[in-house]
Design a protein around this ligand. Sequence first.
Ligand code: AMP
Length: 512
Amino acid sequence: MRLITSVSEMKALTRETRSRGKSVGLVPTMGALHKGHMSLVRQAKQQCDVVVVSVFVNPTQFGAGEDLERYPRDLDQDFQLLSSYNIDTAFAPSADEMYPDGFQTFVEPGPLARVFEGASRPRHFRGVATVVVKLFNIVQPDMGYFGQKDFQQAIVIRRLVEDLNLNTRLVVCPIVRDEDGLAVSSRNAYFNPSQRRSALAISRSLRTAEKLVHSGESDAAKVLEEMRRVLEADPRIKINYIEIVNPVSLEPVSRVTAGAIALAAAYVDRVRLIDNTILAPIGTSAEDRLQMALAAPAVTTLEARAPGFDTEAVIHKIEGCRDCAAISTILLPPREFMAGYIKRDYPDLSTIRTAIIGRHSTARPDNSFYRNSGRPNRFVTALYDLLGIDNFAEFKKRFILTDVIRCHASGPRIPEKAMRNCSRHLRNEISLFPNLERLVVLGEDAYMGVQRFLLERDPGEIQSFSSFIGSQGWVEEQAEIPSLDNRSVKIYYCHHPSLGYDRSPSLAAALV
Ligand code: AMP
């Protein structure tokens, strides 16, 4: 492992690493490393070629009277730990190196940084934002790793990355706890055994919130009341704040919905601790809860990257998806989306030999093909053109229209898990048509979904849509669908009728 203390040396190494085309992950820490930090390090190692861990107790994020001087520091032990994880580089500059004489420029985050931690520690996020921008500029990481433990920090940095067009993608990792439930923190080192027992009230209060929500309580005031009761039962604890907030805006909520986050900050004697939990239906994994809370651009959570879904074409409006209300797609057992229209429009399912995959956005009610069949829009007109038919009556004699993506999830990336659920619906749906022989796949997102989830191809083997489709504007292949007992079907891939259809010639001749 290389230990670097100078900014210029770190920059030189950055240049060299980038020139070799390696991806870089940065884990910013203040040292006194523990298993919470190491969970970030492990994640970074899995996702990046080169991992840099910065160890820097950043003075500008501490306020007067806070614990800057006595903040635990143990560089030797940190380096030993990082070496044992085969970390490439530790960057541990001095305060003078980062803030030399004459330093006077700060990054000032907005309102997200003024509540909770920002209200209790007025200049805290200004210091955090400044040091993060400096570190990102020095190390130029592809990915930056942060902990859910400091949830507000992750949200503030997400805003910063977006607002200042930084090139680093954020990864937020779940909270690591000790066996007794206490969130691991460098500041836990301050406690004697009895204080530590008191500190457990914080995680206990969050568990109480979870239990209440799981038992059906959705009134945030009632949940908070119980949390307060748990905390106030311990005389050493002084609550700084407890609140249940919307995870994107950090505004308090009155109703608890999946993804809302319970935040707690409290003093145990003189030591201030923070902790939180993301509230979600019982049994939801930590990663899925994080995904729900962070389902917004610029943040990629652990399980949230769906390789091959980096297309700008994905419309995102998670709450607006009428078919599945996205959150429920992620969490709840699938519903039979199409049951209604299938019954109404397809009295004899055996007549259908061709399924069209790739609707227009379902998020807008007037886009519903089956509901508004009498009022063709641009998509419908282009679709009929593509298929060589004139009207809906003809359409439903020969075709069924469905989609591989029902979850118009936030952000340019669709959560992997949502994709899997969406595709399960697709498989169920097309299995209803016993004589299915052909698929027509509209556009890039449907192409990716069909390749991955219907044909079960490895993401690494899937060509980009544009190179696959080539200049002809459409491609056909004969393929076996594992979920249909390996039935062989002909698949036609073409541009989406609403997105560049003019580049796909009509498939009418091929579909007769
Ligand atoms: P710190 O050294 O306290 O500034 O923390 C460095 C990074 O580690 C931050 O992104 C924290 O959110 C993260 N972190 C600290 N404690 C934990 C924990 N218990 N679990 C997960 N991440 C953590």
